[in-house]
Design a protein around this ligand. Structure first.
Ligand SMILES: Cc1cc2nc3c(=O)[nH]c(=O)nc-3n(C[C@H](O)[C@H](O)[C@H](O)COP(=O)(O)OP(=O)(O)OC[C@H]3O[C@@H](n4cnc5c(N)ncnc54)[C@H](O)[C@@H]3O)c2cc1C
Ligand code: SF4
Length: 446
């Protein structure tokens, strides 16, 4: 915001940038000082923000930070029973004419397929390759004055210039991603490496969420790289799906389901945030420790680390969804309510009972061992579900199914997993071990 003020002033705008105890107080003070009769604002990004401005009689103009306004999403949603991401994504592709071959009748998806997900699930490479480098932006006087104003008790490393804070910096980040990150983005999208915090991910979410970049220019740059032969279709399609599919879908469902959505807790989960999430040395679980290390260093973890490590542990341990939202929101550089709620409540914690995800993203250590490289250095064994060295993810996965059997039994996509759980000959030993694991998680000794 401080940089934006300077940019606007340089363009000749008069800017009243004031610090106030609350938004209504600041607005009132501004109106009094400048004898303002009519205030015009873009629709805010949060439900509470919009309600507050409406109550203050501010005239709102449509929010143009997305390619699908939430009113258009609501109209799309009203025509169907199930809100499938894939249906929304294809609708977006066609309507926005992105990665579509219009020379064919009817128009066809570029590359002959809508979805290249099956090419984008490779485990982490073992060749020790270098991942795309990104610019670290030099901190200037504005940055330093903001950092000086931080309270002493903040969590994590001090900002080091990794995250763009101006439009110019965000454009640098976009062009370096398109030049060096986009081509390798796809195949290892789901892979995790303890020593590598971002792999080939774009690290563009904070720039998009702050409005430093518009999603249209981001997908156009990605499509141009494909059309010019600079990036393969599986990587470009996978990336475009994230931006015009997932990101816009999450924005749409947030507005559709608020305000009730933020209180959802379908699995009746009430465990507090564990010490393991608060510093990398607070757990022996090597995968959790490495992800928290990434969050501590950069306020960032990539999608699979968020979903399958932090989210998976929170889901299977029964962490309170609202506590998880609050913790993630305050720990991640790209956090905002509209994107946190559907991703945490809906996608990671299944706290909406399946409104968003068709089944819980719960998994044991086997998945994390396949897609990451932390298990070898871990004191736990991903294959074991009982015993002192059993992997907490594996134990909790089975315990989660048993604990929530009644709620999950109505979900036909869970029948295979539930049948597997019922067949376990050592289920009672697993459940006993789960109690020990959950106590240790609460105490910070796991
Ligand atoms: C539990 C959980 C919490 C999350 N919290 C946030 C959050 O606070 N803010 C946030 O922007 N994203 C959030 N996400 C979504 C996603 O993980 C991040 O957008 C992504 O990891 C950001 O890194 P990146 O820019 O390198 O993304 P890339 O992997 O390079 O993806 C490209 C872009 O696609 C968009 N995108 C991809 N997936 C999603 C998604 N599920 N929802 C919304 N946008 C998506 C983002 O804008 C992202 O920058 C969360 C996901 C989970 C599972
Ligand atoms: S053994 Fe379990 S806790 Fe340890 S790194 Fe592997 S998945 Fe994580």
């Amino acid at each position: 915001m401080a940089h934006f003020v300077e940019e606007l002033r340089e363009e000749g705008f008069a800017v009243d940038h004031r610090v106030a105890p609350s938004l209504p107080a600041g607005l009132q003070a501004h109106c009094d000082e400048f004898k303002v009769e009519r205030v015009l604002a873009m629709e805010p990004m949060s439900w509470d923000g919009r309600r507050m401005l409406e109550q203050l009689d501010v005239d709102l103009v449509p929010n143009d930070q997305f390619l699908c306004h939430y009113d258009d999403f609501a109209s799309w949603a009203a025509e169907r029973n199930a809100l499938k991401l894939e249906d929304f994504y294809r609708w977006q592709r066609l309507r926005l004419n992105i990665l579509i071959n219009t020379s064919e009748t009817p128009p066809q998806p570029a590359g002959g397929q809508w979805n290249f997900d099956h090419d984008n699930r490779e485990p982490p490479p073992k060749d020790g390759r270098a991942w795309p480098a990104i610019t670290t932006f030099e901190l200037d006087d504005i940055d330093r004055s903001i950092i000086d104003g931080f309270a002493d008790n903040l969590w994590g490393a001090m900002p080091d210039g990794v995250w763009p804070v101006t439009r110019t910096q965000a454009l640098v980040r976009l062009s370096e991603f398109v030049e060096t990150g986009l081509a390798p983005f796809g195949p290892h999208e789901d892979a995790m490496l303890a020593e590598e915090w971002k792999l080939a991910h774009s690290v563009l979410a904070s720039s998009l969420n702050l409005g430093l970049l518009h999603p249209r220019e981001v997908v156009e740059a990605a499509e141009a790289a494909f059309r010019n032969g600079d990036a393969p279709i599986n990587s470009v399609e996978g990336f475009v799906r994230q931006i015009i599919g997932w990101r816009e879908y999450v924005w749409g469902v947030y507005w559709l389901w608020m305000p009730d959505y933020r209180a959802a807790n379908a699995l009746d989960a009430h465990r507090p945030i564990p010490p393991a999430f608060l510093k990398p040395t607070a757990t022996h679980m090597a995968c959790v420790s490495s992800v928290i290390d990434h969050v501590d260093a950069h306020g960032y973890a990539h999608h699979i680390e968020r979903l399958m490590v932090l989210g998976n542990l929170a889901l299977t341990a029964g962490i309170d969804p609202q506590a998880m939202v609050d913790w993630m929101w305050s720990s991640f550089v790209d956090g905002a309510e509209w994107v946190m709620l559907p991703n945490v409540i809906g996608m990671a914690l299944f706290a909406d009972g399946g409104q968003m995800a068709t089944k819980p993203y719960a998994s044991g250590g086997a998945y994390l061992n396949k897609m990451g490289n932390s298990c070898k250095a871990c004191r736990y064994d991903p294959k074991k579900r009982t015993g002192n060295d059993a992997c907490p993810f594996t134990t909790l996965y089975w315990d989660f199914l048993a604990r929530n059997e009644r709620v999950l039994a109505g979900n036909h996509r869970m029948s295979r997993q539930l049948a597997g759980m019922r067949r376990l000959s050592d289920l009672s030993a697993v459940r006993e071990r789960a109690e020990v694991v959950l106590n240790a998680l609460d105490e910070g000794t796991l």
